[in-house]
Design a binder for this molecule. Sequence first.
Ligand code: CP
Length: 311
Amino acid sequence: MRNYLSINDIDSLPDWVATARDLKKNPRQFDSLGRGKTIGLLFFNNSLRTRLSTQKAAMNLGMEVMVMNFGNEGWALEYGDGTIMDQGTSEHIKEAAQVVSQYCDIIAIRAFAGLKDREKDEAELVLNGFKKYASVPIVNMESSVGHPLQALADAITLSENEIDKKSKVVLSWAPHPKALPHAVANSFVKMMQLQDADFVITHPEGYELNPEITKGVRIEYDQNKALENADFVYVKNWCSYSDYGEILHQDGNWMMTKEKLGHAKFMHCLPVRRNVVVKDAVLDSEQSLVIEQANNRTYAAQVVLKKLLEN
Ligand code: CP
């Protein structure tokens, strides 16, 4: 594996999950693997979990870590070929990626969708720019269209909670006051396509995800019907994909409650807005897996970094 950019870079999800679960038992068992190596974490957007868990994973492997809030501390980047840079951008991605490659053995990047221009977001200018011009491996810490470290952590959490082929997993849209990207939902769908389980997506009409990603997955517009006999319910907001970046409505009836959850386990990537996305009674119950999902972010990142270092 040269880079970890999407779920497609996972060659065997069961093997990766097993490795992560083994690392979790003894996180520092490979602490000489990264000795003398440096990872650079470049953030174009905010983070709590990704920033700290990726740093922790790198430290568990003996790596040095450099973190930069590129979005507000770096020079504004230019991405176009042949651009006359007489406007707001100060540095071209060609130099930036090559320069960071001199300091780092692995570069991890977070750059969210702008949610204004779908074509531009799907071009993944930051991630693909670094992939093209950097001379070291690139890790996606959430890009416009995917959050594969989160989805790998979710797979670890499902495994620990004994998902099997009889399990029913529901991805349920939730209301939110801000337009949020599709990245978490997209990667969760792609990860679930690698699982042998009954998987259903439920959302109001108009909130369909990219049909290329959901191809072959059951979509149920009736949330109550989708939730019948669910074992795991993953709740997440995303904005409209077809009416790109728009909030079509914020129907509070889609918020997850104890009654709707039934006996299922509750999952969310965090951060989460209490009593908008999900009721306190769910988050504070023993059915909630959110803290363990966040814990598993360390071991998801550690599997990825271990594989890149071994290469
Ligand atoms: N789930 C997740 O990526 O959290 P952060 O945005 O806090 O990193």
